[in-house]
Each structure stands twice: as C-alpha cells, then as structure tokens.
Design a protein around this ligand. Sequence first.
Ligand code: PMV
Length: 341
Amino acid sequence: MDLVTLKVPAKITLFGEHTVVYGTPAIASTIPIHITIAGRMADDDFIKLEIKQGLQFKINTITVYKDEIKGEIDQENAKRFTGYAVTAINLCEKFLGISEKSRGYIITIDSPLPVGVGLGTSAAISVGITTLCLTLNNYIKMDELENYRQEIAKLAWSVEKLVQGSASPMDTYTISLGGLRYIIPSIPISYPVDLSYELPIIIGYTHREGTTAELIRRVRRVRELHEEIFSEILRTVSLVVDKARKALLDNDLETLGTLMNINHGMLQALGIVDMKHAMLAHILKVAGALGVKTSGAGGGGAFIALAPSKTIQEKLISIAEALGATIVSKSLCKDGVRFVH
Ligand code: PMV
C-alpha cells in the first residue's frame, strides 16, 4: 500500500475530567486543530518516525527496532510522542496476529501542539497511529472508516492505559468518533450531543507542570485519603455532567457557565488547578465570562471559557492572551480521525 495520510483532531473536555477515570460520565469534543500523520510500509523492519512539532518546527527523526530506540531524542515532547506511537504499532500488530515484529514503517507526525497540554495530543497520536497501522496492514478499508471507529477507539484506549498506567476511554472515543460527545466510561459508550448553534467559547492553554499520569496519581491520593468525600465529589460531578448535557441541548448558556464554574471548583478541590488557572478564571469571570474551567488533566494546561456573546468572546481572548495564554480555537468541530485523499 502507498502512502496513507490522516488528519487527527485535538480535543477539549467540557465536563467531567478526572472523575471520568472513576466511572462517572463526561462531555468532550474534538476541536478544529489537527495533527497530520502520514506513513507507509518500509522495506526493512525498523520504525522510522519523523516528528515535527510546535510552531518552531523542530524535527526529530527516531528509529525504533523491537522497542529499542536508536539515536538521541533531543526533545521531551518527541520522546513522549514516540512512546505512544511505538506502543500503538506493537498493540495493533498483536491485534492483527503478527507475532514477531517483521514489518517496518516510515511515519511522519506533524503537530501544531506540544504533547501534554490537556488537548488530547497523546490520544490523537494513539488514535492516529492505530488507524494508520490497521490501514497499512489492510485491516481497515479506507472507504469504510465509519465501520471501524469503535474498534479504533478501543484499541487506542488500550495504548493510553499501557503508556499512562491509567486512562479513561474519553479522549480516544472522542477523537476517533468526533464532535461533541457524552461519554459513559463504564460501558464504554459515547453519544453525540448535536447542537444547532455555535457555542461562544474560547479554548486555550498555559504552561503545564506534570504529566497526565502524575496528575491522575495526585487525584488518586486524594481518593485514598478521603474516600467518603471523594465519593461525594463523584456524585456531584455526575449531576453536573447530566445537567450540562441538558443545558447544551437547550442553548442555556447561563446554566452552562454556572456548571462549568462548579466543575472547576471540584477540580480545584481535587488539587489539579494551578495558580495561573485560578487567576485566569477569576479575571475572565470579572470580564464577563459566564463560566471558566481547567480542561483535561490540569496542573495548568488547557482551559475553556464561555462567553455570553461574540463581542465578549473577543474581549476574553485579548485578556487571556495578555495574561500569557495561547488561544487555539473559538469553536468545537464535528470530525473525528479522517483520511486525506
Ligand atoms: O490532559 P489530557 O488531554 O491528557 O486529558 C486527561 C483527562 C483525564 O480525565 C485526567 C484522564 C483520562 O484518561 O480521562
């Protein structure tokens, strides 16, 4: 098979991150910012990864043979991308019954986002490389991608669990299936939340301290020390998520904003909201935001703010940028992983 090229969207969690790891529902959406992954089979049995990332377009070329990485990886981000990519290939080959690694791949990953800012980049790599590997090995038929989305999501979720130790199915199901989704992790299943209007939101990120795995461990510690209180937080967030789904469908922005603020408060109680986000949330609310919350694993990283109107949306963007945030989108998107023909 010739070169296969994929566009994989990043994602944002609107409600229910962290608690989703313990089985409560969440709402997440893909956003219109994409990682491009292109790959083909190689003549030898090496995995060659070329990773371009960030706006500075630094390129790392990495060669992997039977899990052993050859050559220096000079950027932490590239190292993390490599972990997800190689695990995805190994898992797909196992799934396909390829027992000994006898196949080589030449893959380019081009990401406008650094890994680990809370926008689902690791899940995007897991979903993208899983789709690529299953396609290059003739399992996925390119014109029938719709039939494979659940299977891709499930396999990519296993990649996340292997690399991180612990992960919910939220990110991989959202990125594989696409759009705004209500996720029930215990099954797992995800339902589309179809909006007939555009949410006036801003999506951005600040510097993040700590990896997703570390932040998940931090929350687990709170659970170990305060089991009863933790159960109450789970119950509250469950309620928030279900009310948020209704508010989204009803175009009730006022309620939605309040629910975002409550969810942010719960994340703060779990200890994953950093000072910069606490400050951003406060200032953006004073400037007119209906709701502001940390999104994703926290420790800084991604956040979302809901504006009551387009004018306030622009004002919030200027303020957030002045406070050092990078704004990546003003809207959600509908697509999941897709081929570029
Ligand atoms: O920050 P991200 O994009 O890695 O999102 C992590 C979301 C968590 O709920 C904290 C973990 C998970 O697996 O759902």
